[in-house]
Design a protein around this ligand. Structure first.
Ligand code: ADP
Ligand code: MG
Ligand code: MG
Length: 860
């Protein structure tokens, strides 16, 4: 088994094995782009490390990478840690999917008290040599030996204070040399072990630390948050160092081939001269924008633009790159597909298709349907922002709007979010430890750092609004205050962020609904060229229906009539109907409801302008419409004209231990057909008033053919009485028995619609209302990969659907089959429905674009 690959041996299709970073270094090497040479220890070596019971890197792997190191030394003409002319290397982590900043990197490895002299001899630059050395000892101490970084930082601060300077760049060789001594002492004191002088020991310990960092808590959390369960481990890349900290003709930077926030096709990035590694991202010095490099060194800038173009052409995707300039020579250190906001993803996909870089199919596949959710959230109301007080301006690091209470600590943000508060995390800068708080917050505000700072990158990845580097703001950690424009705000006070322009407002600013316009609209048009599933919406009123139509809904896939019953104007009639002692008085109460229902349906049909609507007959158990506490019971009893005792009697007679399996759905209509008659009459009478409308009447919770036939006859009788013309009758498939007897039902139905919420509940035996307490553990333990109420359980519930579809279509090939409920808006479930050959999915209005794109993904 081969565990080590040189850059020349790697390629893009070896990402699993070499990690994304390693594979892409190989790609760049092969494209002839200048990359410092090196080799990659595979993710399989990491797995082997975790499998072994000694938790050590095996001797044979050490032997294999030592051979590669020999070759690297030969290429470079230097030996690792040599006293005369030392080769220095970085050891870099990276799994198959990039997890920016989550794992560790060690730079300048090979330095010790003698090789640092060799470095001075070679460079005649003692300041640079000791700067590199102190960086290495600190990184090694922190990452490999587990010393808390603040101990090193405190020593650094002390020296700066002694010298009365604020920037690292103002320290000299002597200072750094002193610092190295102090750092080594800190390591000794804290770990009871010396800092290892032997370069080969440094190397082995670092590789092991990289492997260990795969399972540090923030990497685990990141994988959890991003659903990256199946990844195998990290690779470790060992690469010759190049130095951006050699003086003013050296530097380091990060750049994107297009704007990762808006997607605009402009070269975008930041850099710092005389800096190394994470200096740009760390936000300790504010970096310059990449255009400035064009003014500073035109030839080098153009060379960089050339590589960016080459890489974008080669990968046909927006690239996120790292580079370092060593004494005027440009080196590329990393490239990967850049993380981007949903807005950027959409624009980049659409524009790349127009440029001919990719075709429309690829463009549609480039955008993750789930990510569109970001674009379907609220934006700040432009009118309201005019009147709002601007507290300050920072960088538009991640778009969207956020309104919440100030909180200064990540843990605290998490706690308050759990308690139901909306918070905004306010920090000087963020680090990977803040992940939990960023995840919990509505938005993130930082006072330091650029567009590629940790806060900005992570927020964009999460689709979370972020204003970064807001230097107008002053945080007092101790007093827990935020001062902006002379105003001091306390912990818990409201602010509003606009991440699209980088503005911070005082208090709560009103928001508006999103729109399907511009690039988003264009992408949807492309998606519609490929999808075959109809996408409809769940809507109980004209307003929701219109919102959904704006997002492209092709009709209503589920109209739940009970929501109309709760309306204040008619709940009394509903209650009279429930307490009625005989059919006569029940019909009297229902007669009062008829005009309301008729009007509801008429308005819905008008909104739909000829698009079909599946209308479900009354579904919930009747007790849901009755009052619960004493006072309400007394009042309602008076309203409906019974005594309090009588009403209590009705309530207790309707009480059920298991209402979800109780007296509901078609069972109501079977026992009280007059309820179904009234609803059918309302639907048909409304339909007559709206020419061209298409009512599809849906009978819920059917398990047995005879239940269905009984109600179908009731409805058809009303249809004849009213003189109804174009209508359909069908059933929801949500009781497993119905799915299993689909061949009996299908000949009598115009349509089926899988009600997968109830179907999941009854198929898996999980109560929708109570299962949360253990389901999260089930998901945590991997028993169910995702919550089956959020994403369809394809092998169980999905299998039942498959059986149902096959049986039904065998006897009624024209049967129209759809799905409604939560799963209709879940991308993975929508793709599954496409494979199953369904005709439609229905979801909530704001998920319609997501379902359209997912349906296209399924079809491509
Ligand atoms: P991450 O995955 O967190 O981005 P990297 O492995 O990319 O970690 O390394 C962190 C920083 O160190 C980056 O800025 C990178 O450019 C820099 N770096 C890594 N290897 C080298 C090297 N051989 N020479 C110079 N800088 C390096
Ligand atoms: Mg990197
Ligand atoms: Mg149901």
């Amino acid at each position: 088994n081969k565990f080590v690959y040189s850059f020349e041996e790697g390629s893009a299709d070896l990402k699993e094995l070499l990690g994304g970073k390693g594979a892409n270094l190989a790609v760049m090497t092969r494209l002839g782009i200048p990359v410092p040479p090196g080799f990659i220890i595979t993710t399989e070596a990491c797995q082997a490390y975790y499998k072994g019971d000694t938790k050590a890197i095996s001797a044979s792997i050490v032997e294999e990478y030592t051979q590669h190191l020999d070759k690297l030394e030969a290429t470079m003409g230097k030996k690792l840690g040599d006293d005369q002319d030392p080769l220095l290397v970085s050891v870099r982590s990276g799994g198959a999917i990039s997890m920016p900043g989550m794992m560790d990197t060690i730079l300048n490895l090979g330095l010790n008290s003698t090789s640092v002299l060799g470095l001075i001899a070679q460079t005649s630059n003692p300041r640079f040599a000791y700067d590199s050395y102190r960086r290495f000892v600190m990184m090694f101490g922190e990452v490999v030996m587990g010393v808390p970084s603040h101990l090193f930082e405190a020593a650094l601060e002390r020296i700066k204070n002694e010298k009365n300077v604020t920037l690292d760049t103002e320290l000299n060789a002597e200072d750094f040399k002193k610092l190295v001594g102090e750092f080594e002492e800190i390591i000794q004191k804290h770990t009871n072990q010396p800092f290892p002088q032997s370069p080969m020991v440094q190397l082995e310990m670092s590789i092991e630390a990289i492997f260990k960092s795969w399972n540090n808590s923030r990497a685990i959390l990141y994988r959890e948050l991003n659903n990256l369960k199946s990844l195998s481990g990290t690779a470790a890349t060992v690469q010759a160092m190049v130095f951006g900290n050699k003086g003013e003709t050296s530097g380091t930077g990060v750049c994107f081939s297009r704007n990762p926030s808006t997607g605009e096709n402009v070269f975008y990035g930041e850099y710092l001269m005389n800096a190394q590694g994470e200096d740009v991202v760390a936000g300790t010095r504010t970096p310059l924008s990449i255009e400035a490099l064009g003014h500073q060194n035109k030839a080098l800038y153009e060379e960089l633009v050339g590589y960016k173009d080459k890489l974008e052409q080669h990968t046909t995707d927006m690239q996120d790159m790292e580079f370092t300039i060593e004494e005027g020579k440009l080196w590329m250190l990393q490239t990967r597909s850049g993380k981007r906001t949903a807005a950027a993803a959409v624009r980049i996909a659409v524009e790349m298709a127009k440029e001919g870089l990719i075709d429309e199919k690829q463009a549609v596949l480039r955008v993750d349907p789930a990510q569109l959710d970001q674009l379907l959230h609220k934006q700040l109301d432009p009118e309201a922002t005019k009147a709002a007080t601007v507290l300050g301006k920072g960088l538009p690091a991640s778009p969207g709007a956020a309104v919440g209470k100030i909180v200064f600590d990540a843990e605290e943000a998490h706690k308050r979010n759990e308690a139901g508060e909306k918070v905004i995390l306010v920090r000087v800068e963020t680090s990977p430890e803040d992940l939990i708080g960023m995840n919990a917050a509505q938005g993130v505000l930082t006072t330091r750092g650029g567009m590629t700072s940790h806060a900005a990158v992570v927020a964009r990845g999460m689709g979370k609004c972020c204003v970064a580097g807001c230097s107008d703001a002053l945080i007092n950690e101790e007093k827990k205050t935020l001062t902006m424009k002379g105003k001091t705000l306390n912990d818990g006070e409201y602010i509003t962020l606009d991440g699209s322009v980088g503005v911070v407002y005082e208090g709560r600013v009103a928001t508006i609904e999103p729109e399907l316009s511009g690039y988003f609209g264009e992408l949807m048009i492309m998606a519609d060229k490929f999808r075959t599933l109809l996408v409809k919406t769940n809507a109980d009123n004209p307003k929701d229906a219109l919102t959904a139509i704006k997002f492209g809904a092709q009709g209503i896939g589920l109209c739940r009539t009970e929501h109309m019953f709760f309306d204040a104007s008619r709940i009394q009639a509903v209650r009279e109907m429930i307490v009625a002692k005989d059919t006569h008085s029940r019909v009297k109460a229902l007669d009062k409801l008829l005009p309301y229902q008729e009007k509801d349906f008429q308005e819905i049909f008008e909104a739909l302008e000829g698009k079909p609507a599946i209308i479900r007959l009354l579904d919930p158990p009747l007790h849901e419409f009755l009052p619960k506490d004493e006072a309400d019971i007394r009042e309602v009893a008076k309203e409906v004209g019974v005594t309090k005792e009588e009403l209590e009697q009705t309530i207790s007679s309707l009480h059920e231990f298991n209402p979800m399996l109780g007296f509901r759905g078609c069972r109501l209509g079977v026992v009280y057909p007059e309820i179904s008659q009234m609803q059918a009459r309302a639907i048909f009478q409304a339909a007559l008033k709206v020419p061209g409308c298409e009512p599809w009447i849906e009978i819920p919770l059917v398990g047995h053919l005879k239940e269905y036939l009984f109600l179908k006859e009731v409805i058809e009788k009303v249809a004849v009485e009213v003189g109804a013309v174009a209508y359909k009758i069908g059933t929801m498939i949500e009781v497993p028995r119905a799915a299993l007897t689909a061949d009996e039902l299908a000949p009598h139905c115009d349509f089926f619609s899988f009600g997968t919420n109830d179907l999941t509940q009854m198929c898996c035996g999980f109560s929708r209302d109570d299962a949360d307490s253990f389901l999260k553990h089930y998901v945590g333990k991997g028993i169910y990969e995702k919550d089956p109420f959020q994403s369809l359980d394809q092998s169980g519930v999905g299998r039942l659907m498959e059986i149902c579809v096959a049986q039904a279509r065998a006897v009624n090939p024209a049967l129209h089959i759809g799905i409604c409920g939560e799963h209709g808006g879940d991308p993975a479930s929508v793709e599954f429905c496409h494979r199953l050959g369904l005709d439609e999915v229905s979801c909530s209005p704001y998920r319609v674009p997501i379902a359209r794109l997912a349906a296209a993904h399924g079809a491509i």
